[in-house]
Design a protein around this ligand. Structure first.
Ligand SMILES: [Zn+2]
Ligand SMILES: [Zn+2]
Length: 592
């Protein structure tokens, strides 16, 4: 489906360039609509083209069809290339800066001659943007923040981008005849939300050759540039500029290498400390007795010539250190080694524990599937319940529902639910938390629903006091069962509300309001540290995908990753409850 994404990006850029140029606004609107259609499409555009059915898709006009067909055939669009060439090339990357839209870019270009990022930074620093209509001090400040976010983002890639690339490479390694097994290591294995580079560890089969594996690795199709290559390691850049390092070790040292290169540094320091206390030493090759190790050569380029106490698997090493196995997501030096000693590590939540999704959208607002289609997709995942929570009226761009439409929609949801066996649909709503904490619907309307999620979508630059008052106020509404994406942040793109979390957690725990880990990438909101804070404060969590299309229900795994990093067990997540218990949870708050 990456062709769909590529085309969606092309149309979005097309629309933006036309807006920058200030020509044919209707075409710009049409193109951005095509971009959205392509993004939400659940079928492969190439197939549609090949079947000659592209003209049948609603909302894609003639000129867009021609562009799509050419792109499918040749991988480019002459129309786009022509339009792109008519504005300075340095303006296009500016579109990626959060808070900087085509209108502003057009202004700084036409009025101040800015043609690239460097000139924009200079113009901001020298105050040259002063006096531009619509660009006040506040706007300049937000552009500045956007540039800072962007430069951070360019150094660290989101897990959602990095994981598929790493998976592809590790799968190829596993297929090599000289490889016994291969795993992703590093922060990616720990499921951190952003990563600097990818580490892969691969164990040789008994007669396997390191140089052969290394040589094959640098030839993989994802590889753009080779940074280094030797008999036991190789380092490359992939097409997207992601650095990937592979280390090739004998199978008997695999566990120790995987442990060492998975990190984190803090976790490894604790493990080494524990080894030392026991007269042992731990390195990337294995766990050794100090007395024997010190006599042997201390070259780290190859395995030391003494027999390790443990090295083949991670479990072996932990066991030899007197510890239970520590899941990679916990290895952050946040108390997990102490818990492993005490035997108090949590039983972490797994994807199979999820019994339903409490946050999803349909064509009634800005989703791309009907009630039935979403229900069937949820059933196919083995879910027992699905809450349909379309947007409320303030979300005009998202086709938010008026109270009247919402109640009709709820009736339609219940009708489908009655007809289906094996799954219950909850008629709900994702009601906007307005800037002052009021909700977008009266209580009398919310009372008609089975479940209410309240989420912030607008005014995400409030100060901490205001933002906290706002969210706490929403929590205090008896009809609100879940706070959706509580901060509104987007990884690498938007910082979100700077909440005083202790106050939010306290209110949520007291009222029995679940806080969401929004699993939709790039939200992942709450993040790992916040979610752990919520658990420590006694809050319930809810892990939801916020699916706007049937296949997006599958993104629950990103949320599970965050929850595991937060030490969450299934017992603390409301959508791991049985339907009966979940409804009881909702009722309890409403009756208090
Ligand atoms: Zn939302
Ligand atoms: Zn939503």
């Amino acid at each position: 489906m990456s062709l769909n994404t590529d085309l969606a990006d092309l149309f979005a850029q097309f629309a933006a360039i036309m807006e920058i140029k200030g020509e044919s606004p209707f075409k710009a609107i049409a193109f951005s609509k095509v971009s959205r259609i392509l993004k939400d499409m659940t079928f492969d555009i190439r197939k549609v083209c090949e079947e000659g059915k592209i003209g049948e898709i609603e909302g894609i006009g003639k000129s867009s069809c021609a562009i799509i067909e050419e792109f499918v055939r040749t991988g480019r669009s002459t129309d786009f290339d022509e339009v792109a060439a008519s504005v300075p090339a340095g303006l296009l990357p500016l579109l990626d800066i959060p808070g900087l839209g085509p209108k502003t870019i057009a202004l700084v270009w036409k009025q101040r001659g800015v043609t690239n990022l460097e000139e924009l930074v200079k113009a901001i620093d020298s105050g040259a943007l002063a006096g531009l209509k619509g660009i006040g001090a506040k706007k300049v400040e937000s552009i500045k923040q956007g540039i800072a976010l962007r430069s951070q983002a360019s150094q660290r890639l989101g897990i959602g981008e990095a994981m598929p690339i790493a998976h592809g490479l590790v799968e190829r390694l596993r297929q090599h005849k000289d490889v016994a097994h291969a795993e992703i290591a590093g922060s990616l294995r720990r499921k951190r939300e952003t990563i600097g580079d990818v580490d892969l560890i691969c164990a040789l089969s008994p007669a396997g050759s390191g140089p052969a594996v290394s040589a094959a690795f640098v030839q993989f199709p994802e590889v753009q540039r080779v940074l280094g290559q030797g008999p036991t390691k190789a380092s490359v850049l992939t097409a997207g500029g992601l650095q990937v390092d592979v280390r090739i070790v004998p199978a008997e040292n695999f566990g120790a290498a995987l442990l060492y290169f998975t990190g984190s540094k803090d976790h490894n320091v604790k493990l080494r400390g524990r080894a030392q206390d026991a007269g042992l030493t731990l390195n990337e090759w294995g766990l050794y007795r100090v007395s024997e190790y010190d006599k042997a050569a201390k070259k780290t380029a190859e395995a030391p010539p003494v027999k390790p106490v443990a090295s083949r698997t991670e479990t072996d090493v932990y066991k030899a250190l007197g510890l239970a196995y520590v899941a990679p997501e916990l290895r952050e030096g946040r108390g997990e080694v102490e818990a492993a000693v005490a035997g108090t590590l949590p039983t972490l939540i797994e994807e199979a524990d999820i019994r339903g999704d409490l946050h999803s959208h349909t064509t009634a607002s800005d989703g791309s599937a009907t009630i039935e289609e979403m229900a069937e997709a949820a059933m196919a995942r083995g879910y027992k319940y699905l809450a349909i929570t379309d947007h409320s009226k303030s979300q005009v761009i998202a086709n938010g529902l008026t109270a009247e439409r919402l109640l009709k929609h709820a009736a339609a949801i219940r009708k489908v639910s009655d007809r289906l066996r094996g799954i219950t649909l909850l008629a709900g709503c994702e009601v906007d938390i307005l800037a002052d904490g009021h909700l977008d619907f009266e209580d009398a309307v919310l009372a008609e629903l089975d479940i209410v999620i309240a989420s912030p979508h607008i005014a995400l630059k409030q100060d901490a006091d205001k933002a906290t008052d706002r969210i706490v106020r929403a929590i205090e509404n008896r009809y609100v069962s879940v706070i959706g994406h509580p901060t509104g942040r987007l990884i690498n793109r938007r910082a979100g509300l700077p909440l005083h979390f202790e106050r939010v957690f306290k209110a949520a725990a007291q009222t029995g309001t679940a806080l969401e880990i929004n699993a939709g990438y790039p939200r992942l909101d709450l993040n790992d540290v916040q979610a752990r804070g919520a658990l420590d404060a006694g809050c319930w969590l809810s892990i939801n995908t916020d699916a706007h299309a049937t296949d997006q229900l599958g993104s629950i795994g990103w949320g599970i990753d965050v929850a595991r990093r937060a030490w969450a067990s299934a017992a603390r997540v409301v959508n791991c409850l049985s339907e009966e218990k979940l409804l009881e949870f909702i009722r309890k708050k409403r009756s208090e």
